[in-house]
Design a protein around this ligand. Structure first.
Ligand SMILES: Cc1ncc(COP(=O)(O)O)c(C=O)c1O
Length: 401
């Protein structure tokens, strides 16, 4: 397997060095096939969807709806359960506003984990301010795993209405036992929301198998375009939810004093949707299937094992979260060296990493760490790139010691 040739940007050089792209948790690179799908749409099929009775509008609408079917199938859902949004963040906001405001009352509890991305904190904190709901936080153990005993205790509280969790934190990369926790939540009548932003490009996901009521993800983390993502919702839930945004495309009828919302999914897609981007997202799903999960997982496991060994060999590095069942995502702290300085120096040599709290300040606060340096790999990365990276990191460390 040599998928590198599918990704033109991987040949880019910085200061004469071919880049080593280790920032896949922020966004993945795009294969030519996805770039072509977006470009072909604009070159040959561009029109607004769902509106015109003309052949071009019909062609664009068909491509857009076919994209919905492809993405739905990719996660084991039905087309009518998929809403195209701008991404994970908008999808969680949609659930918080449309489902949360209609279903939650003061004193109700939303359970989440310490390791959630800000996208899975702030919308619930906003509801805390607005409705007086409470947030209950599952602690993260030193291994980076969720404290399952604490989680089960929290779920047993009578007023818990929602369990919202990332399948893997964008900082720790450790894969959470979602199926087990969501099954327990379902048995207790608690609604479940899976933030699959980090996992959707690394693992096959089946919404039924995982007992998801809602799932959210962004295309740009699964080799697709920016500006588009999905909300999956179980049909009964979506049918009962009021619309989130109002405007064209989401109505059955409008009068000067009232409106009637249209059916799902249009009800949640006000205005012109991200048409080319949705088509690009479907092309990315097809690309993953073409490469195959077997190949992707095999290569990513090799990289995870190799990187873990390199990290363990270096006592000057502290890895945040050491559990082994993980994505190839590693956040590091090096005594006396600020992560921003490390990212900057490494960047000058072509290594694209990320430094900061990675939009997970509650997690960094609980670990007593202000910022970490994150390497996040994809199946197109190689062990040779890891060798190059660790030798550059050793040099930077030695130059300061
Ligand atoms: C776990 C997790 N949730 C949510 C998000 C937000 O995704 P987006 O910025 O695409 O909306 C991210 C982005 O890094 C993430 O890693």
């Amino acid at each position: 397997m040599n998928p590198r040739s599918d990704f033109p940007i991987l040949n880019k050089t910085i200061n004469g060095e071919t880049i080593v792209y280790f920032d896949n948790a922020a966004t993945t690179q795009k294969p030519q096939i996805v770039i072509d799908a977006v470009s072909n749409f604009y070159t040959n099929s561009n029109a607004n969807v769902h509106r015109g009775i003309n052949p071009l509008a019909e062609e664009a609408t068909k491509l857009y709806e076919d994209a919905r079917a492809t993405v739905a199938q990719f996660i084991g859902a039905a087309s009518k359960e998929i809403i195209f949004t701008r991404g994970t963040t908008e999808s969680i906001n949609l659930v918080a506003r449309a489902w949360g405001e209609a279903s939650l009352q003061a004193g109700d509890i939303v359970v989440l984990s310490q390791a959630e991305h800000h996208a899975n904190y702030v919308p619930w904190l906003q509801l805390k301010e607005k409705l007086g709901i409470k947030l209950a936080v599952i602690p993260v153990l030193a291994s980076g795993e969720l404290d399952l005993q604490a989680a089960k205790k929290l779920l047993a509280e009578p007023r818990v209405k929602l369990l919202t969790l990332s399948q893997a934190s964008n900082v720790l990369g450790i894969i959470n036992p979602i199926k087990e926790l969501f099954a327990e939540a379902r048995d207790l009548g608690i609604v479940t929301l899976l933030d699959a932003a980090q996992t959707v490009g690394h693992l096959p996901i089946d919404v039924l198998d995982l007992h998801c009521d809602f799932l959210v993800a962004s295309a740009h983390k699964l080799y697709g375009p920016t500006g588009v993502g999905i909300l999956f919702g179980r049909a009964e839930l979506l049918a009962k939810m009021p619309p989130f945004l109002g405007g064209g495309g989401m109505i059955a009828s409008v009068a000067t004093d009232s409106f009637v919302a249209g059916p799902v999914p249009e009800k949640f897609e006000a205005g012109t949707p991200p048409i080319a981007e949705a088509i690009g997202m479907a092309a990315a799903c097809d690309y993953i299937k073409q490469v195959s999960w077997t190949e992707i997982i095999k290569q990513e496991e090799t990289l995870t094992e190799y990187a873990t060994q390199k990290l363990v060999e270096r006592p000057y590095i502290k890895l945040l979260g050491t559990a082994l069942k993980r994505l190839p995502v590693f956040s590091l702290v090096i005594n006396d060296l600020h992560a921003h300085d490390l990212a900057d120096l490494l960047g000058q040599a072509g290594f694209i990493t990320r430094a900061g709290h990675h939009c997970a300040q509650p997690l960094h606060d609980s670990l007593g760490v202000v910022a970490s340096l994150r390497l996040s790999l994809s199946f197109y990365n190689t062990t040779e790139e890891l060798d190059r990276f660790f030798s550059a990191l050793d040099q930077v460390y030695q130059s300061f010691n």
